[in-house]
Design a protein around this ligand. Structure first.
Ligand code: HIF
Length: 293
């Protein structure tokens, strides 16, 4: 990573330093990318369209009420990976850094270009998080299609978009000490592709109860001697006829998936943000902080 300070607003310099930290031979499958994608999504996926609260402004996970939400277990690893970048580019807000890191991680894993704009501001205390109760808003993997609709409709997404987003589970893995679930979804969890949809729709997934009592679905791949997994929510995409149409489409057409995913993931990271024609964020009344210098 470079140690040279950058000018305020030089997001390319930040991008370069995020790229440089993605390779982590000692960590998981050798990449920080997947957990950075999860950080970007969890920082955005708290949005509630009905109350216009939550979303990617604020970087509320730095505070215990949101950071301690059980759904966010393990994301401290992602935040720690990014601290050296913040130290070299102190002008960038955490909310911009976390979302930018998710976009860069997807692109560097071979995924589509994710449109990303900066300008988010960070909370300077947890007043808004406590007032709007920004916890318990992320999806619960033990549930099914009705729950996914409830949570993602609340963010303003539709059925096709829920399935397109779900393709991000081609990256990374579940950790027994974070969510209680265990294992990767695909054989190459650091490579972004439509493999998740292919495997979901073609393999024979068997229910398995882990020693902890957590229930997931597994397939033992004899070629790689790896046990792959699906969450109950992943399986519900196949069981629900409206979702299943898109699972099959994306499994058959990688380009279509990439196009739809790039669009919906960039909108996910914009949740809770309003911009003027120049891209400047206008709903500053919803935020407490400004750029941290
Ligand atoms: Fe995940 N997700 N996610 N997720 N997620 C986990 C891990 C990752 C859900 C549950 C889990 C999305 C939607 C949902 C990533 C990205 C995205 C884990 C495992 C769980 C339980 C955490 C752990 O144990 O470390 C549920 C219920 C979702 C609703 C469908 C998004 C679409 C797929 C929005 C999304 O982008 C990534 C990446 C990981 C891997 C993290 C890692 O550390 O490797």
């Amino acid at each position: 990573m470079s140690t040279s300070k950058s000018q305020k607003g030089d997001f390319d310099a930040v991008r370069a330093d995020i790229k440089a930290l993605l390779k982590q031979p000692e960590y998981d499958d050798g990449s920080a990318g997947p957990v950075l994608v999860r950080l970007a999504w969890h920082s955005s996926g708290t949005y509630d369209i009905n109350t216009d609260t939550g979303g990617s402004n604020g970087a509320g996970m730095r505070y215990e009420y949101e950071g301690g939400d059980p759904a966010n277990a393990g994301l401290q690893h992602a935040r720690v990976f990014l601290e050296p970048v913040k130290a070299v580019h102190p002008w960038i807000t955490y909310s911009d850094l976390w979302t930018l890191a998710g976009a860069v991680a997807i692109e560097e894993a071979g995924g589509p270009k994710i449109k990303w704009q900066g300008g988010r501001t960070d909370y300077v205390d947890d007043t808004k998080i406590l007032k709007h109760k920004i916890a318990g808003r992320l999806p619960d993997a033990t549930q099914g299609a009705d729950h996914l609709r409830k949570v993602f409709y609340r963010m303003g997404f539709n059925d096709q978009e829920i399935v397109a987003l779900s393709g991000a589970h081609t990256l990374g893995r579940c950790h027994a000490d974070r969510s209680g679930f265990e294992g990767p979804w695909v054989n190459n969890p650091t490579r972004f592709s439509n493999q998740y949809f292919k495997l979901l729709s073609t393999l024979e997934w068997k229910p398995k109860t882990l020693p902890s009592g957590v229930k997931q679905f597994v397939y033992y791949d004899e070629d790689t001697e790896t046990e792959l997994m699906m969450l109950p929510t992943d399986m519900s995409l196949l069981a629900d006829p409206k979702f299943a149409v898109w699972v099959r489409k994306y499994g058959a057409d990688k380009e279509l998936f990439f196009e739809h995913f790039a669009d919906v993931f960039s909108r996910l990271m914009e949740l809770g943000i309003q911009r003027d024609a120049n891209g400047n964020i206008t709903n500053t009344d919803n935020q407490l902080g400004g750029y941290i210098s």
